[in-house]
Every structure is written in structure tokens, then in C-alpha cells.
Design a protein around this ligand. Structure first.
Ligand SMILES: [Fe+2]
Ligand SMILES: [Fe+2]
Length: 173
């Protein structure tokens, strides 16, 4: 095995954390779907897809290094939200939590002098900076727009992602 059992255990645990983040984003996307905010819905389904890919990266790493894969049970996500702000704030908190989890993994890799795992984890260190920053931006925008003006947020996401705004434009009407 190219890595230590300690690292394999921690990576298996992180697979659970990434899938847990994926389920939470699916629940948030479904919330935005239910309140008919299609851009926010699509945005969070996209986030869920990213988390699935993160989990897959860890799965592949455990297999590639000859470790024994174990996928832990995933807790149920929160599915009800009082407001858009609550859902986006939970997303930001989740990204900050995952950043701490990745940092803890890097700590273990460095302590174990496991440079292969340290190198593998650096991709996640960079990814988390991007994830936290973009979720912070989204939370600012949701707060600035206010719950009665969430179509502003929809327009922002449509522009940012080069998508249609999800409702008829004046030109299109
Ligand atoms: Fe992730
Ligand atoms: Fe993430």
C-alpha cells in the first residue's frame, strides 16, 4: 500500500463528508425548485455534481494506493428552509466545514510524511478556496437583494453562467 492505514481511514471518512455535502446540495436545489427559482436550483444541482466528483476523486485515490475502500453511512440532509438566505448560509457553513476537514487531512499527511497524499490533497486545498469564496459572494448577493427580490439573484446567476434568465425577456416576449 502506497499510503498508511491512518490516511486510508481518514480518506474513507472524507468520502462520506463529500457525499454528505452532495446530498445537502441536492436538498437545497430541490428547495429552490419548489419555490420556483430555476437559476438557484440549477446552480445547486451543479454544486451537488461537484461534490459527487470530489467523492469520486477520493474513492479513486483509495483504490489507486491499494487501500481498502469503505463508504460510511451518510446522514440525512436538512430539507426545509425558511428562506433563501438560510439555505445559502448553510452552504457557506458547509464549505467552511469541508475546508477544515481537508486541512485536517493535510495535517495527517504531513505528520505521516506521506508526500503522495499531501500532493493529492493540494488540489482540494485550492478547490476549497474557490468554493468558499464563490459561496460567500452568493450569500452577499442574496442578502443585498433581499428575499422579495430574489429574481435579481436569478439574473446575476444567469449572467454569470451565460444562461437564459429562466423567464421571458422583454425582447423575447
Ligand atoms: Fe467537496
Ligand atoms: Fe464544495
Amino acid at each position: 500500500m502506497l499510503t498508511s492505514q491512518k490516511i486510508v481511514d481518514a480518506m474513507n471518512e472524507q468520502i462520506g463528508n463529500e457525499f454528505s455535502a452532495m446530498l445537502q446540495y441536492i436538498a437545497i436545489a430541490a428547495y429552490f425548485d419548489a419555490v420556483t427559482l430555476p437559476q438557484l436550483c440549477t446552480h445547486f444541482y451543479g454544486q451537488a455534481e461537484e461534490e459527487k466528483n470530489h467523492a469520486h476523486r477520493f474513492v479513486k485515490y483509495v483504490v489507486d494506493t491499494g487501500g481498502k475502500l469503505e463508504i460510511p453511512a451518510i446522514p440525512a440532509p436538512k430539507v426545509q428552509f425558511a428562506a433563501a438566505e438560510e439555505a445559502v448560509k448553510l452552504s457557506l457553513d458547509q464549505e467552511k466545514k469541508v475546508t477544515s476537514q481537508i486541512n485536517a487531512l493535510v495535517d495527517i499527511a504531513k505528520t505521516e510524511r506521506d508526500y503522495t497524499s499531501d500532493n493529492f490533497l493540494q488540489w482540494f486545498v485550492r478547490e476549497q478556496l474557490e468554493e468558499v469564496t464563490s459561496m460567500e459572494d452568493l450569500l452577499h448577493i442574496v442578502r443585498r437583494a433581499g428575499e422579495d427580490n430574489l429574481l435579481r439573484v436569478e439574473e446575476y446567476l444567469a449572467r454569470k453562467n451565460g444562461r437564459g434568465a429562466g423567464f421571458p425577456t422583454e425582447e423575447g416576449a
